[in-house]
Design a binder for this molecule. Structure first.
Ligand code: SAH
Length: 460
């Protein structure tokens, strides 16, 4: 982190702007919004800027900058097109540890101003550390459109009740739950849609009832194959809501980064042969955390109901009457296929697709192989790396042409994704010659031939 974001209280504080042009005016508008007393020094000062300074109770100095102008100020902004002057202002301020911002010259700044989304009292600042302001502005535009203007109203409503709620709920945890039940419930919806007085009445009623959702619940959420952009909105919302998260090895770092920062994280493992926590223990842990009243997130790679043992995990919860939600995720087959340019079905090549576990039981894959050798279908093997050679051998042995196309997708959808392509005959040797890392997915069928044309990334 190159900069620490802080929010500066400038109300009735003296700030200096060096420069009298359009950029200085823009900065003055911002300072004025924050309630600062604005001083401007420049030989020529635009009309609007003069008005802003007047309105702020500040002073205009129609002259050249001198060091004495920074005395008694809490912030200085240099907005001139004279580079040596900007440098001088910066040096003077930095010598005194006075925060200084020089427009468009990050090197001369001790503080930088972010792009701002203003839903006062809620304020979002976005900064690229001066490296890519265009990108920061783009993100601001995205946030502007996705955060309803009503959030400001909601924040005001909350502010008005804060001290009363603090009195009513002495326990901090209970208070947080009360507020979360408010902001996740109909009160917030009303405030956001502009119905503030009704929202206020409802909040009043909830407070007098001492309403506070206490029961625990479990969210069984599909985290997708790795790329965080593949999460569903619902997944992200619940990831932000949970107080404790149980995750396993398939959940990628960038996905985990999207879980609420202060949530407790419990790694429950599961490598092929190293089960960090046995399944039964996971089931019981989910239950006991929920019984303690926690909002528990069980985050699983891909989709929880596809080779994810999701059914087993909610079984005990259902029996014990714990509320739970299941959120589907993009399964590895969909994610890997899309990112490798392999359509799982295609009018010309495959009319059906099978998802199969390649996990070996005592070193053997026991299938009715005859079912898999018919034409015009795509076979997707999960957990198939260890059994790759045997899977390819069995398919050929049972009548599938040895030149059937096959792909092994390594770390699909992640930046490190690699796609190894061959045939049933050649793929095991191709893969053996590479340092391949789990997780990998095996796709077999003529659709694989399309990867060359449709795959966005260079093939290895
Ligand atoms: N529930 C998961 C599958 C769990 S089984 C889902 O729906 O995707 C674990 C197997 O999924 C791994 O052995 C591998 O075959 C596959 N897998 C999961 N993520 C993958 C990824 N990013 N790239 C390739 N294969 C992946």
């Amino acid at each position: 982190m190159d900069y620490l974001p802080l929010f500066f209280d400038l109300k009735q504080k003296a700030c200096l702007i060096v420069g009298g042009g359009a950029i200085a005016t823009r900065k003055a508008r911002l300072l004025h919004k924050a309630g600062a007393i604005i001083y401007v020094v420049a030989p020529v000062i635009e009309q609007e800027l003069q008005q802003i300074v007047g309105g702020s109770g500040g002073v205009l100095s129609f002259e050249h900058y001198q060091e004495r102008f920074i005395e008694g100020k809490v912030l200085v902004i240099s907005a001139t097109d004279d580079e040596s002057l900007n440098k001088q202002v910066s040096e003077h301020c930095q010598q005194r540890n006075l925060p200084v911002n020089v427009v468009d010259s990050p090197d001369l700044c001790s503080v930088i101003t972010p792009a701002i989304v203003d839903r006062s009292p809620l304020i979002i600042g976005i900064s690229s550390g001066g490296e890519a302001p265009v990108l920061a502005r783009r993100i601001r535009t995205m946030l502007e459109t996705s955060i309803p203007a009503g959030y400001g109203k909601l924040a005001h409503l909350i502010a008005g009740f804060r001290s009363r709620v603090k009195k009513a709920f002495a326990d901090g945890e209970q208070r947080r739950r009360f507020w979360e039940s408010i902001i996740n419930g109909p009160v917030a919806e009303k405030a956001l849609s502009g119905d503030v007085s009704e929202a206020q009445q409802d909040l009043e009623a909830a407070l007098s009832r001492g309403d506070c959702e206490v029961g625990g619940e479990v969210y069984l959420v599909g985290a997708g194959p790795g790329d965080p952009d593949l999460l569903t909105f619902k997944a992200v919302r619940l990831m932000q809501k949970a107080e404790v998260v149980l995750y396993d090895r398939l959940v990628s770092e960038p996905v985990l980064d999207m879980v609420r920062r202060d949530a407790d994280r419990i790694y429950v493992g599961k490598r092929r042969s190293d089960h960090t926590m046995p399944q039964q223990a996971i089931n019981e842990l989910l239950l006991s955390l929920a019984q303690q009243g926690k909002r528990v997130l069980r985050l699983k790679g891909g989709d929880p109901f596809i080779f994810g043992r999701g059914g087993e995990e909610i079984d005990l919860l259902a029996e014990s009457g714990i509320p739970f939600q299941v959120v589907p995720g993009i399964t590895a087959a969909s994610g890997c296929a899309a990112y490798a340019g392999i359509p799982l079905t295609h009018r010309d090549y495959a009319q059906s697709v099978r998802f199969i576990t390649g996990h070996l039981k005592e070193g053997e894959v026991n299938f009715n192989w005859q079912e898999f050798v018919a034409d015009n279908q795509t076979l997707v093997f999960y957990m198939g790396l260890k059994g790759l050679e045997q899977i390819c051998y069995q398919l050929v042995h049972n009548g599938k042409p040895a030149d059937t196309a096959a792909a092994l997708i390594e770390r699909g959808t992640l930046p490190e994704q690699r796609v190894h392509i061959g045939t049933l005959e050649s793929l095991p040797a191709i893969v053996a010659g590479q340092d391949v890392h789990a997780p990998t997915l095996l796709i077999i069928g003529n659709v694989v031939k399309l990867a060359e044309k449709l795959g966005g990334k260079p093939l290895t």
